[in-house]
Design a protein around this ligand. Structure first.
Ligand code: IFM
Length: 443
């Protein structure tokens, strides 16, 4: 095999998440989620934006599948809205909500696009939040019931199921900085939430498998490698410490069966309640793991460097450093006993504008993606078992606390008209998929 060719069955795809694209927040029986409540609270989201309409994907899903076909996607990663199918979080089922996902999956199969389904991409039903949300262990059981319901309905066609997207963002941004729903700033609650997310992952994995033994179960973790600012012993030690404290809270319990001592030494009185048997539940063998990668931290013995000379930054203020992806994949592959890996998110937000020719010329995004594809291929040649790559995102969408101010899409969305226009990066990605290779190959 040529080095710049990807394996024949490599799953090239793109990703979205329910609250970020669907809209129709109160249609057809959908219940309120914590993100509806949060975005409807004045002052929470840039420009007062909400996901009420978002990309109107709930109504435009057929057009969006046509877009996926135009891109030649082999896979589509999306999430289901818990409160669309179970408006109260548990109990009464909303058939119209389930039908929506049923039609979507059916049509993806007709288009020969492999669905990768995420059960929880941050939009907890508000009724469960009112009962304590993830701080309350019973939410983990409600999650397992929701997982079973979804797999029973869609498991004959959806082969890849992930329990959670980015538990660390849920924990740190939802419960420590408070910039995401439900907007808490309480480390005590945060670490209990972190543990209950893990319990829910374990119970959810069991429920997925009990509902259909033929499907694959996994989880999606976002990882930001911590790299030393220099080769000095002090900087290397500081970077290692940073990585342990910030990035291993979920990797360790899932793939080693215990919490990282570096984290729990600093948690002190905020130590969560852990029941007998929890760690074994959490550390069940998975069929795959999804990794979301965007950028890295650069750490010196005196702290994190915020501006690296000569580096490019995206609109999110994130440094562009594709080689860090390869280095991180190689590192986690050697430190953990990992199942097959999917890159479940990677992409960049840049200032996109419609040009006079009606097109969106986004060469920086093309460069960003190209270099990350190359680094992934190099990691594969190093022995890392990567099976697919989902670009974030299929289309511009609601970027959480930043509303519509940041665009990550391969497709430009005009939010006033809901018109979709493939960006240059989209056209370019279609070509990558068609050729199944990356070119301008550097080591
Ligand atoms: O938009 C988010 C996505 O929901 C989760 N991962 C990171 C993306 C960009 O911030």
């Amino acid at each position: 095999m040529q080095n710049n060719k990807f394996p024949q069955d490599f799953l090239w795809g793109a990703a979205t998440a329910a609250y970020q694209v669907e809209g129709a927040w109160n249609e057809d029986g959908r219940g309120e989620s914590i993100w509806d409540r949060f975005s409807h609270t004045p002052g929470r989201i840039t420009n007062g934006d909400t996901g009420d309409i978002a990309c109107d994907h709930y109504h435009r899903w057929e057009e969006d599948i046509a877009l996926m076909r135009r891109l030649g996607l082999k896979a589509y990663r999306f999430s289901t809205s818990w409160s669309r199918v179970l408006p109260g979080g548990r109990g009464l089922i909303n058939p119209k909500g389930l039908d929506f996902y049923d039609r979507l999956v059916d049509r993806l199969c007709v288009a020969n696009i492999e669905p990768l389904l995420t059960l929880y991409h941050w939009d907890l039903p508000q009724t469960l939040q009112d009962e304590g949300g993830w701080e309350n262990r019973s939410t983990a059981h409600a999650f397992a019931d929701y997982a079973a319901l979804m797999v029973k309905r869609l498991g004959d066609r959806v082969k890849y199921w992930t329990t959670f997207n980015e538990p660390s963002v849920i924990t740190y941004i939802g419960f420590i900085t408070g910039e995401h729903a439900p907007g808490f700033q309480d480390p005590r609650v945060a670490y209990q939430v972190a543990h209950h997310l893990m319990v829910a992952h374990g119970l959810g994995t069991q429920a997925i498998r009990a509902a259909n033994a033929d499907v694959n179960a996994g989880i999606v973790l976002n990882l930001w490698p911590a790299e030393p600012a220099s080769d000095s012993v002090e900087d290397v030690a500081a970077a290692n410490k940073y990585w342990e404290k910030q990035e291993t809270l979920f990797l360790d319990p899932i793939f080693k069966g215990h919490y990282p001592p570096a984290v729990y030494n600093m948690v002190g009185p905020n130590m969560p309640k852990i029941q007998d048997g929890d760690m074994a539940l959490i550390a069940q063998q998975l069929d795959f793991v999804g990794i979301n990668f965007y950028s890295r931290h650069v750490i010196s013995s005196t702290g994190e460097l915020k501006e690296i000379e000569g580096s490019e930054y995206t609109e999110m203020g994130w440094e562009v450093c594709a080689p860090a992806l390869r280095r991180m994949l190689v590192k986690i592959n050697s430190e953990y006993n990992l199942p097959p890996i999917f890159i479940t998110e990677n992409g960049a937000s840049f200032k996109d504008e419609v040009s006079a020719d009606g097109k969106i010329h986004d060469p920086r995004r093309i460069d960003y993606l190209k270099n990350h594809f190359i680094q992934t291929r190099l990691a594969m040649l190093d022995g890392v078992d990567v099976h697919g790559y989902m670009v974030w995102s299929l289309m511009d969408n609601f970027e959480w606390g930043l509303g519509f101010s940041k665009r990550f899409g391969l497709t430009y969305v005009n939010y006033a008209t809901q018109q979709r226009v493939l960006k240059d990066s989209g056209e370019w990605y279609a070509e990558v998929i068609r050729k199944n290779e990356v070119w301008e190959y550097h080591t």
